[in-house]
Design a protein around this ligand. Structure first.
Ligand code: F6R
Length: 617
């Protein structure tokens, strides 16, 4: 996820671009850059690793004269770490063309090889997939002498997700954009026009905007806007009015970053899956050279803290089932200080959204020293844990700003499932057809999850109604158990309500004594379908608590009639195989905790006593 802004208008594009980037910084903040065609007619770029302010401090009017045409980018690294070289814009046509990109170009390696065969003189200065597009558009411009036509000819070759903006020194006053599976909107000004990843990029200049559809191209000048499809056919776009103020726009109109991030969960999973399978087989390019090593491992230890440890529990269920290898899950801090048994046949997988959690970092360093092979699942490119591990599987959830982890959790589960299928292929433990079927189901999750999120209003009502609750319990079995733990953690940290997650069958071994009339209990109910389903057992557990007066709030498969007689509220998830249910069932619990905290007037993005990145042990 990156932030993109484009401008054509009067000679103050630098200010417009920097203002836009500041508002888009929530989309990525590991590097930033701008390109401007100055009043002297020359195209210049400035870009830097680090926060936007580093770029701002480096810009001066003498070195970079202002101009009326420009593009700017704030980056969340995917291909290539956060360095000056990998920051955007990237240049083509001998430095006369500048291009910025949000997304992942899946076939960049093939395109790069083709390009080098046709133009061996091309010099690549970054490790990014985006630079390939910059050179391709640059060469195409030499033929077409028109940025729109040049970009059109290139997007036809790209696979994956992208928003691209390009401009050329020989065509000042024009910026061209293209999008597929990645956002781009137009801002309509008076004698000036804008492009942005979202309206936050230009809301301080205009309230008039236009959406651009999938697979469409837009060309802006100071007083014209032309939208076409990728084949060049004109497309009608509807204008709309931006009703958010500038501050709300950063959150995409959502009341909080957390609400926005929950809404981004389908995209977080889809982006994490992107480019990681070929012909029904999972391929993790980052583990390309590890097959022999992975085939020889005898045991896996998964490490993480808080929410990350719960995604690790789900990883255990999947990896053990699919790759038939013993997996343990442990809290990083507990693991580190108990003299654990480790050797070269042990694989240690650490999970961390921030990649900076000190407890997990210490555990990874310890495991490495003890001779274990280490892989991290991380959401932040170039983070310390990623750098210290032997290999890293990045989740592509985009920046998570709210302290409570939401979209990173589902992306971690998706990454661990990909790893499980990858390992199963390497170890030959899954029939290829079964593996392809599981991959298809995993790919269907984003769309299914989007339908679960539609229940937001009903969940808000329930949360408001329950704002005075003093304690809430969460029950689940098998893969429903980590979901119960996560539901309880969310409620504790956001709404400051005592909450506990239990394995449903454990209740009768003690905690059932907590149940008294009116006690709210969420229950994650597995699908009734399928051989060996735990559904009947969970329904029995529900009966046990219902008989003692519990108020039963159920997350169940749509159409599950057996739970209805015992449920006071039902939230539904679509039909999915057991392993995929957690990614669907967790969202209602996240929304519930957030809305209950909001009903209590609490700050859901920054709960008390917490920090986004815990860098102390
Ligand atoms: C809970 C939450 C925390 C983090 C934990 C690990 O909502 O966000 O429990 O999951 O502090 O953080 P990372 O994933 O950055 O290592």
């Amino acid at each position: 996820m990156c932030g993109i802004v484009g401008y054509v208008g009067t000679d103050h594009s630098v200010e417009v671009l920097l203002g836009g980037l500041r508002r888009l910084e929530y989309r990525g903040y590991d590097s930033a850059g701008v390109a401007v065609i100055g009043i002297d007619g020359a195209l210049r770029t400035r870009k830097h690793a680090g926060k936007l302010q580093i770029l701002v401090d480096d810009l001066d009017e003498t070195a970079m004269p202002n101009g009326s045409t420009g593009i700017g980018h704030t980056r969340w690294a995917t291909h290539g770490g956060p360095t000056d070289e990998n920051a955007h814009p990237h240049l083509g046509d001998g430095g006369k063309l500048a291009l910025i990109h949000n997304g992942i170009i899946e076939n960049f390696a093939e395109l790069k090889a083709e390009l080098l065969a046709d133009h061996p003189e091309t010099v690549f200065t970054s490790e990014t997939d985006s630079e390939v597009a910059a050179h391709l558009v640059g060469y195409a411009f030499r033929e077409t002498h028109d940025v729109t036509e040049a970009l059109r000819s290139v997007v036809a070759k790209l696979h994956g997700a992208f928003t691209l903006l390009a401009m050329h020194q020989d065509q000042p006053g024009t910026v061209v954009g293209a999008r597929r599976n990645s956002p781009l909107v137009i801002g309509l000004g008076d004698g000036e026009n804008f492009l942005g990843s979202d309206v936050a990029a230009f809301v301080e200049h205009t309230r008039r905007a236009m959406a651009i559809g999938q697979d469409q191209l837009v060309t802006i000048t100071a007083d014209s806007i032309t939208v076409t499809d990728f084949d060049g056919n004109p497309v009608d776009s509807e204008e709309f009015e931006i009703t958010w103020d500038a501050a709300a726009a950063e959150k995409g109109g959502w009341s909080s970053f957390m609400a926005k991030e929950i809404s981004e969960e389908p995209e977080a999973i889809a982006n994490t899956l992107l480019g990681r399978s070929v012909d029904g087989e999972v391929r993790l390019p980052e583990l390309e050279d590890d097959d022999e090593r992975l085939a020889g491992i005898e045991r896996i230890v998964i490490l993480g803290c808080g929410t990350a440890s719960y995604s690790g529990m789900l990883g255990k269920y999947a990896i053990e089932k699919w790759a038939r290898i013993p997996v343990e899950v442990e809290l990083s801090h507990e693991f580190r200080y108990r003299d654990p048994v480790l050797d070269a046949k042990t694989l240690v997988i650490s999970i961390s959204q921030s990649g900076e959690t000190m407890d997990t970092l210490m555990a990874v360093q310890y495991a490495k020293k003890a001779g274990a092979h280490t892989i991290s699942v991380c959401n932040t490119q170039g983070a310390t844990i990623a750098r210290e591990s032997d290999a890293v599987i990045y989740t592509h959830a985009g920046p998570e700003v709210a302290v409570a982890s939401t979209k990173a959790f589902v992306a971690q589960v998706a990454a661990l499932y990909l790893f499980g299928l990858h390992l199963a292929r390497v170890r030959g433990t899954l029939d290829p057809a079964e593996s392809a079927g599981l991959l298809e189901e995993l790919k269907a999750v984003p769309e299914q999850l989007a339908t679960v999120l539609e229940q937001h209003d009903r969940i808000r009502e329930l949360a408001h109604w329950m704002a005075d609750s003093r304690a809430v319990l969460f029950l689940g079995r098998h893969v429903g158990f980590p979901v119960a733990l996560e539901g309880a953690l969310k409620l504790k940290e956001l709404a400051y309500i005592h909450a506990e997650g239990f394995a449903a069958a454990e209740l009768k071994h003690g905690p059932i004594a907590l149940i008294e009339p009116g006690q709210p209990v969420f229950v994650i109910v597995p699908s009734p379908r399928g051989k060996g389903s735990l559904h009947p057992k969970v329904v029995s557990n529900i009966q046990e608590i219902k008989a003692r007066g519990a108020r039963v709030l159920v997350i169940a498969e749509a159409g599950d009639a057996a739970v209805l007689p015992y449920a006071d509220e039902v939230f539904t998830i679509p039909l999915a195989s057991t392993m995929f249910e957690p990614m669907l069932a967790v969202a209602p619990l996240q929304i519930f905790a957030m809305e209950l905290a909001a009903a209590k007037g609490l700050d859901v993005d920054q709960p008390r006593n917490l920090a986004k990145s815990v860098t102390v042990e």
